[in-house]
Design a protein around this ligand. Structure first.
Ligand SMILES: [Zn+2]
Length: 152
């Protein structure tokens, strides 16, 4: 086998049985690679990892995706992020799911109602001269520090 045949990150989880077959190190399943020698591909192995061993798949391809995402030029500041992700979701199947989760509109108004309620607690009578920018920072810290387990 040539060294170029093992470039894909999926080989970390497979051993080559013969020129057309590979074996999963995690569950022992034998897979046909859809060709012989140089025409054999890693697509069935990649699909197996994606469907049977999701966390390992995310490790291998999530890092590659993230690396690629960080290497491409940033979208213009006034670009629509939804449109960018729609046109680029094929390149970033894992990050696309994360983006869809974070860019989507919450289905409930409860959260925004809670924000107004908490802003009312920040703007109490004893803080009547509180700078709006500082109040906004307090609100952001109030919601984001728990996400970091106060480990900042
Ligand atoms: Zn397996």
């Amino acid at each position: 086998m040539s060294s170029s045949a093992k470039r894909s990150g999926v080989w970390k989880y497979f051993v080559e049985v013969d020129k057309n077959k590979s074996k999963c190190n995690l569950c022992g399943v034998h897979l046909s690679r859809g060709g012989v020698g140089k025409t054999a591909t890693t697509s069935t192995m990649k699909k197996h990892l994606q469907t049977k061993h999701k966390s390992e798949y995310d490790k291998v391809f999530g890092e590659a995706e993230l690396g690629h995402y960080l290497s491409v030029p940033r979208a213009a500041r006034d670009a629509n992020p939804y449109k960018w992700w729609v046109s680029n979701k094929g390149h970033y199947p894992i990050l696309g799911k994360v983006a869809a989760q974070f860019l989507s509109t919450p289905a409930s108004s409860v959260y925004s109602e809670r924000l107004f309620s908490e802003a009312g607690l920040i703007y109490e009578a004893k803080r009547s001269k509180l700078d709006p920018n500082r109040a906004e920072k307090l609100e952001i810290l109030h919601h984001n520090l728990p996400l970091l387990n106060f480990n900042y």
